[in-house]
Design a protein around this ligand. Sequence first.
Ligand SMILES: NC(=O)c1ccc[n+]([C@@H]2O[C@H](COP(=O)([O-])OP(=O)(O)OC[C@H]3O[C@@H](n4cnc5c(N)ncnc54)[C@H](OP(=O)(O)O)[C@@H]3O)[C@@H](O)[C@H]2O)c1
Length: 326
Amino acid sequence: MLNNNAIDARWMDAAARLALRGRPVSSPNPSVGCILVKDGQVLARGWTQAGGRPHAEAHALAALEPGAARGATAYVTLEPCAHMSERGPACAELLADAQPKRVVIGALDPDPRTAGKGVSLLQKSGIEVEVLDNERARKSLAGYFARADFGRPHVTLKLAMSLDGCIALADGTSQWITGETARAHVHSRRALADAILVGGGTWRADTPRLDVRLPGLEERSPRKVLLSRNEAPDGIEVIRSPHDVSKLDGLQYLYVEGGAGVAASFLEADLVDRIEVYRAPIIIGDGLRALSGLGIGNLPSAHDRWVMAEACQLGSDTFTAYQRRR
Ligand SMILES: NC(=O)c1ccc[n+]([C@@H]2O[C@H](COP(=O)([O-])OP(=O)(O)OC[C@H]3O[C@@H](n4cnc5c(N)ncnc54)[C@H](OP(=O)(O)O)[C@@H]3O)[C@@H](O)[C@H]2O)c1
């Protein structure tokens, strides 16, 4: 039998998974998940829609008859917004009208238009409010919090490498190191990003298409960004330094696909929040190393920076994701 805290955490997990449906199409708004529950049954579910509206709470409440949410519990990954907008009502007001018994919030909203005001508006209307500071909810909002905390998007670095840590042969050939399943997985990860970035070296070696080639997800191909000190090719945005990612408008999630020079530059600048490693069961030997020139002078400083977040097998390859400890 689960206690009440465990029940809340379980529904919040479900709301955070739901929020993934809006990533990244909800940009520039955060992708939020909302589940309305009564007597252990789901009444309605909502997530932030493409373009950022309707918000998750409005989406969920729209599925119900008037009065149906009375007495329910609303699980929302982010504090309901307290500000009116030309594009829609304040979600805290909508919930106040719908009168659930409780609203359980995964994380407070750092946006000054809402910060704490969503909570007090709900409380003033007699609704019980609980703020969990839930890890899964915060993770599902990683891009939004990266913008709020660091003024830049959340950055994922992808590396597809051999067992011995090479991302290409010595002559630069890198197609293909991993198998079909791992490559399809990469495309599913691209579909969760607002933009993909590669370096000038990869552009000159491979001219990659940087699109999503999974049936049904083709229109989820992200913006393309090049890190280079050289002239920009047509159809791709160029930044001159890893720190310029903060200048890329409206971006919450950036997926960095290498190569080695770019990976090292982003890590050196401490701009990587997550590393996703695809490792193929091949040995290359004298190939291009995944990373170079990081200048790590002592082992203690290399420890405690990364924690494993996810791992699975993809065909004959493995996938492991690591989260930066901050
Ligand atoms: N297996 C994989 O996952 C994978 C993924 C991608 C690529 N690759 C392979 O990796 C190889 C390319 O790697 P690479 O190391 O030669 O090239 P790269 O990392 O793609 O690009 C290096 C270039 O990026 C730009 N750059 C890097 N740091 C910068 C900084 N701090 N400021 C401004 N610009 C910066 C410069 O571009 P400019 O020279 O234009 O100024 C630099 O020459 C290719 O063989 C490719 O096939 C493998």
